[in-house]
Ligand binder design. Structure first.
Ligand code: AMP
Length: 283
């Protein structure tokens, strides 16, 4: 596996791969890799492309300095996981090269209006500007490619897909389903910050999604049901929403059929998110 520490090495590798007649697949991550990331790399490898994993803790997508400081970093284990999963290259760019002006604000920002401003975006101002800007840079450095994203970050997939359409980027977006522990807890790099008791409380998120999926009901009933289940489990509820999967607009009570339930909450000060498909119907 190639280790790409500079942007020049990254560009050269991507260009060389294409010149050799191979397609490039990109899996962007912030490191602290787990089985969810492994599933993305494995899916990309199985698709037959040369897989480039990027690992960069992007300060521009953290609206909260404490969260950035506490973000776990496991570079050696990450490199071993990526190599074992069959990736061809791992890019670990420096902050100086990715955002040369940091900590001063970067002049150029990619803003995806609408989709960036609801749900996570409403509660984490600037978060999706940071995500879209870094993913745009990753795609430009990588050249034409297939981009792999996890459904765990459902809104992120919507925002990035919109950016790719709007800018006609030469990229196809592929997704993988959320990887979960046996308990149902969605894997997340932030889970390592939870105590054993915290992990049990965090199951309130998946319990809420399951409760919403059990019996179809009007959107407002599903929202209330999810918020109650989370609160009872000891999760501090940030939101419990039922939205149209394409527009991310809240479903009203006349909506019927497949919608997306998204939940967010705090456990032991750690922000956790999860989502799943739900059926909205008569209750
Ligand atoms: P992150 O390192 O958290 O920025 O995530 C990098 C990529 O891995 C994103 O596309 C995430 O959606 C994806 N990802 C994170 N957790 C999971 C999971 N549990 N299952 C599937 N994909 C995931």
């Amino acid at each position: 596996m190639e280790r790409l520490g500079t942007l020049a090495q990254w560009r050269d590798w991507a260009e060389g791969t294409r010149r050799a007649g191979r397609a490039v697949s990109v899996v962007p991550t912030m490191g602290a890799l787990h089985e969810g990331h492994r599933a993305l790399v494995a899916a990309a490898v199985a698709a037959g492309d040369e897989v480039l994993v990027t690992s960069f803790v992007n300060p521009r997508q953290f609206e909260n300095l404490a969260d950035l400081t506490a973000y776990p970093r496991t570079p050696e284990a990450d490199a071993a996981l990526v190599e074992a999963a069959g990736a061809a290259a791992l890019a670990t760019p420096s902050l100086e090269e990715m955002w040369p002006d940091h900590p001063a604000p970067t002049a150029t920002t990619v803003h995806v209006a609408g989709l960036s401003e609801v749900l996570e975006g409403a509660q984490r101002p600037g978060h999706f500007d940071g995500v879209a800007s870094v993913v745009a840079k990753i795609l430009i450095l990588s050249g034409p490619c297939r981009l792999w994203l996890g459904e765990k970050d459902f809104q992120q997939v919507a925002v990035i897909s919109q950016m790719v359409r709007d800018l006609a980027l030469p990229v196809s977006v592929a997704t993988v389903p959320t990887v979960r522990e046996d308990s149902g807890l969605a894997l997340s790099s932030r889970n390592v910050r939870l105590s054993e008791a915290g992990r049990r409380r965090a199951l309130g998120l998946v319990a809420a999604l399951r409760a919403a999926g059990e019996h179809p009901a009007r959107a407002s009933v599903l929202r209330a049901r999810m918020a109650r289940v989370m609160a009872e489990a000891g999760v501090e509820v940030a939101y419990a929403e039922v939205v149209d999967p394409a527009s991310l607009e809240p479903c009203d009570d006349s909506a019927r059929g497949r919608c997306r339930a998204l939940v967010a909450g705090y456990v032991e000060g750690v922000r956790l998110i999860d989502n799943d498909e739900v059926e909205v119907g008569e209750d």
